[in-house]
Design a protein around this ligand. Structure first.
Ligand SMILES: Nc1ncnc2c1ncn2[C@@H]1O[C@H](COP(=O)(O)OP(=O)(O)OP(=O)(O)O)[C@@H](O)[C@H]1O
Ligand SMILES: [Mg+2]
Length: 455
């Protein structure tokens, strides 16, 4: 935690600095508004203490400037007795709190920490709203998940850059949040941005921030996400969707550990841990020329590959339990679900879950809404992909999605198998098979031709 103390009296600056140090709060001093402005532009501070009466630019004008420039850190006004009117003015112009000299040092620290924490929380909430996701814990006891938890604990104390890969819905974001939660930076903000979800031209200004007037529409200064995440974690989701030109800029930030605002000249040091995630194969993208190899090596310092749900079926009971507990909380007492019958669990384990944990959540949620009994069973689950349930397995037909087969399977192969099975189930009736697969009859016929199927 680092604080800027702006006061023209040297002994006040030093006294405050010494007191704050006792509570492990770092500080720097500025003797007037101008040098405060310079320091604020060049460094990151978690909060600002501003004296009201100073020669030259007074405290009130400095606070207005801070807010005008778009700095978001909390500001505490320092005022002397009898200046209560000014203190009120300070609060309306953007200070969060004020203290009166002579101050109680302990109270100062307490108020500061509280303000900083609530600001961090606000950043967190905002980033949550941005990505619209919750904060699950990484649940699972399977071997691959145990391995991942070990890696996460190992890197907790280092700020190493992490690349998380895995199919859609496997829990990449959950893992990123878990890394943040156990790390030394957990007190800092977790800021997330979905590169794929933000229009290309906006990503750059979101990430780097900009100065007032940097482009049409830049009406005030804006802090970028690299700075917002200072002292915490910046999570860049869907990194495979980043354009080549932005990849160059990201590479530069990782190399130099500093940024400049768009339209700005001062450099701002960056100290957030960077976590990226993708469900694309960056290695393939490198071969195709759509992802920079040098950037890949910077991002891939620590690699976490989240397994698919079909590769960790033993976690299904645990995951189902935690999802059902959450559903119960959301649905209230009207439709309490106790769990899943053993046969139901077995049935889920035989399913391929192309949508991974997100699909498990959907399946359970739908089941919970329509269930007649408090224990969910096989009949409550509507599964859309391939179920390798005994009676569905046709003799002599390809069914090798079973657990003993560790061969990696391509999406094409899975698709082909799904079509063969659906066609067999409906004795070659294209319309019905297409209906079951959730595709149009036309698409199915095209795909039958494409795969050269003879059914
Ligand atoms: N280990 C886990 N324990 C509990 N819930 C999980 C776990 N992993 C994932 N989930 C839940 O599954 C859903 C998908 O997780 P998440 O959004 O992290 O996946 P993702 O890999 O980022 O997916 P996408 O590639 O589609 O963005 C979320 O609702 C999350 O809460
Ligand atoms: Mg995600």
């Amino acid at each position: 935690m680092k604080v800027l103390i702006v006061d023209d009296e040297k002994n006040i600056r030093e006294l405050m600095g010494t007191y704050l140090k006792l509570d492990a709060i770092e500080s720097e001093g500025a003797e007037n508004g101008l040098s405060a402005q310079r320091l604020l532009r060049e460094n990151h501070y978690d909060a600002c203490l501003v004296d009201l009466k100073m020669p030259g630019m007074d405290g009130l004008s400095l606070i207005k400037w801070i807010r005008n420039e778009g700095f978001r850190m909390p500001v505490i006004m320092i005022s002397a007795h009898g200046e209560i009117h000014d203190a009120v003015a300070a609060l309306t112009s953007g200070a969060q709190d004020y203290i009166v000299k002579p101050f109680d040092p302990e109270e100062l620290s307490i108020r500061l920490v509280k303000l900083i924490e609530s600001q961090n929380l606000q950043n967190l909430v905002e980033s949550d709203q941005r990505t619209q996701t919750g904060t699950g814990k990484l649940i699972g006891e399977s071997r691959p998940i145990q391995k991942i938890k070990k890696i996460i604990n190992k890197i907790a104390e280092t700020p190493a850059t992490v690349l998380i890969t895995g199919e859609s819905g496997t829990g990449k974001e959950v893992a990123a949040r878990q890394i943040h939660a156990v790390s030394l930076l957990c007190e800092g903000p977790f800021v997330a941005i979905n590169i794929g979800g933000v229009p290309e031209n906006l990503i750059e200004s979101e990430l780097f921030g900009y100065e007032k007037g940097a482009f049409t529409g830049a009406e005030s200064r804006k802090i970028g996400m690299f700075e917002l995440a200072s002292g915490g974690t910046l999570f860049l989701d869907e990194i495979g969707d980043m354009s080549l030109s932005l990849q160059v800029k990201l590479l530069r930030v990782l190399q130099e550990k500093k940024i400049t605002h768009l339209g700005g000249t001062t450099t701002i040091p960056i100290n957030a841990r960077i976590i990226t995630a993708t469900n694309k194969s960056l290695e393939t993208m490198i071969r195709e020329g759509s992802f920079r190899e040098d950037l890949f090596y910077r991002l891939n310092v620590v690699r976490i590959e989240i397994p698919t749900l079909r590769d960790r079926k033993e976690d299904i009971p645990l995951l189902a339990g935690s999802i059902i507990a959450r559903l119960n909380r959301q649905m209230g007492s009207s439709n309490r679900i106790e769990g899943v019958t053993p046969e139901g669990i077995q049935y889920l384990k035989e399913y391929s879950f192309p949508g991974n944990i997100r699909e498990l959540e959907n399946v359970l949620e739908r089941a919970a809404i329509f269930a007649e009994q408090s224990m969910l069973s096989e009949d409550d689950f509507e599964l859309r992909g391939i179920v390798l349930h005994e009676q569905n397995v046709l003799p002599g037909k390809p069914t090798d999605l079973d657990q003993n087969n560790t061969e990696p399977k391509t999406l094409k192969k899975i698709e082909e198998e799904a079509m063969i099975q659906a066609l067999h189930r409906w004795e070659g009736n294209r319309t019905k098979a297409a209906g079951e697969l959730g595709i149009s009859r036309r698409t199915l016929i095209n795909k039958i031709a494409e795969y050269g199927l003879n059914i």
